[in-house]
Design a protein around this ligand. Structure first.
Ligand code: URP
Ligand code: ZN
Ligand code: ZN
Length: 472
């Protein structure tokens, strides 16, 4: 593999901002310094650009069956769009079926990704039940597959929802085995009652999706999950936090010293509940769970990112076309497939709305979209930073370019973009994964199948010195 040198850029990590050259050899960062000798290397001029570690999206659903259909973006279109957006690693949710071996579910997910992904990827594993068979398989899931995070749904009754006993037992097992438990925290039983009642009362429009999933039910489930985490003396990551009530519960748990972490998503930071009221059924484009909230919640979420009560940004990419897919819910909002196309705009929205508008610092931005995620999910320091020995996963980012987000120019496979018309400042110009260009000068030059499956370290492994220094 030819050596490459990134010159003239400003390197940004979660800790530092400085001008330096980067030498890339064998897919890794080999040297960082001023005026490095470029002979024999292909020079990449990053003048006027930031160079930051590739974004890591901890929350994607690609090629996932859901809501009577299958997400439009698969591992090929989804990872191409991710790369255009400055993401070089994703962690996708592997669904499981009750009574079926976990191994089978994991194989299914490998088959979806192999030969398609253009950037690196890992899997989280959904836990839907705890049986003797599941308990017997979990150590292998961790040791052999490097899957060190388990997902429990507290909502979607009769589809994905697990009961509190299952959540508690998952927390206990995760503590013992070294995994991080992730929860979709909404009270599924009460939502089930409220949605049935709304339909009985003749309320069928998309806005009722939000009105039947009030923020109190997210706050309640988040608090319950925190309490169970305390009882199990375990570790918890709350996905897609959308509201003040949930932030409050996470902050309370963290103030008690619990190992509780929170993720929010771009859609909750910049869109609000009124989008579900768009005419001609267009509100369906904004149906996902938890739902969009009243606008005042946005400030709470921004503050939580700023002060560290929330630590990460996921996309919750789960895309469906408006035509033919979202439309399945015309006349019954409960039949609208839940989810949106977000993977491509996650990094740019945080940069533009966060850094450019002075809500977070540039270092916080890198931490939130990459470094902290790498640390929590066992990818650091191979990924998530710019350091000698780390994978050369790099984004060369022009912080000045102004553009408008649109379905006409995005790379996701869907027929709409929820951020349509939004003006953002900043754009990835070139993106490298393990030293190879995936996007070069805003053109796709990657290869389906280039993306490698990444086995991840156990939760907390970083606390041991030997895991910090072993980089290659
Ligand atoms: O509506 C959403 N968020 N769809 C994806 C599945 C989930 O709950 O994360
Ligand atoms: Zn969810
Ligand atoms: Zn999700």
């Amino acid at each position: 593999m030819m050596t490459k040198m990134v010159k003239n850029g400003i390197i940004v990590t979660a800790a530092d901002i400085y001008e330096a050259d980067l030498l890339i050899q064998d897919g890794k960062i080999a040297m960082i310094g001023r005026n490095l000798d470029e002979s024999g290397a292909e020079v990449i001029d990053a003048k006027g650009c930031y160079v930051f570690p590739g974004g890591i999206d901890p929350h994607t659903h690609l090629d996932m069956p859901f809501g009577g259909t299958v997400t439009k973006d698969d591992f090929e279109s989804g990872t191409i769009a991710a790369a255009f957006g400055g993401t070089t690693t994703i962690i996708d949710f592997c669904l499981t079926n009750k009574g079926e071996p976990l191994k089978k579910a994991i194989e299914t997910w490998h088959n979806k990704a192999t030969g398609k992904a253009v950037i690196d990827y890992g899997f989280h594993l959904m836990i839907s039940e705890i049986t003797d068979e599941v308990l017997a398989e979990l150590p292998k899931v961790i040791e052999e597959e490097g899957i060190t995070s388990f997902k429990v749904f507290m909502a979607y009754k009769n589809v994905f929802q697990a009961d509190d006993g299952t959540l508690y037992r998952t927390l206990v097992a995760a503590k013992e085995l070294g995994a991080l438990v992730m929860v979709h925290a909404e009270n599924g039983d009460v939502i089930d009652y409220l949605t049935k009642k709304a339909l009985e009362d003749g309320h069928t429009d998309p806005i009722y999706h939000a009105l039947t999933r009030p923020p109190e039910l997210e706050g309640e489930a988040t608090g319950r999950a925190c309490q169970l985490t305390e009882l199990a003396d375990s570790q918890l990551y709350v996905v897609h936090v959308s509201c003040a009530q949930a932030v409050e519960k996470i902050a309370e748990a963290r103030n008690k010293g619990l190992n509780v972490w929170g993720e929010t998503c771009p859609q909750y930071l910049v869109l609000d509940q009124s989008y579900l009221e768009k005419p001609n059924f267009e509100g369906a484009k904004y149906v996902w769970s938890p739902p969009l909230r009243e606008k005042w919640h946005q400030e709470v979420l921004w503050n939580a990112l700023k002060n560290g009560q929330l630590q990460t940004l996921g996309s919750d990419q789960c895309s469906f076309d408006f035509k033919g897919q979202k439309e399945l819910g015309r006349g019954d909002f409960t039949k609208i497939p839940n989810g949106g196309p977000i993977i491509e705009d996650r990094v740019s929205i945080l940069f533009s709305e966060g850094v450019k508008k002075g809500r977070i610092t540039l270092n916080q931005f890198v931490d939130i979209i990459s470094t902290r995620i790498a640390k929590l999910f066992g990818l650091f320091p191979k990924k998530g930073t710019i350091a000698v020995g780390a994978d050369a996963d790099l984004v060369i980012f022009d912080p000045t370019v102004e553009r408008v987000i649109s379905a006409e120019t995005h790379h996701m496979a869907v027929d709409y973009n929820p951020f349509e018309g939004m003006k953002v400042t900043g754009e990835p110009v070139s993106v490298l994964c393990r030293g190879e260009f995936v996007v070069r000068d805003k053109q796709f030059v990657g290869k389906p199948g280039y993306g490698q499956y990444v086995k991840r370290a156990k939760y907390g492994a970083l606390m041991a010195d030997q895991d910090v220094v072993k980089m290659s």
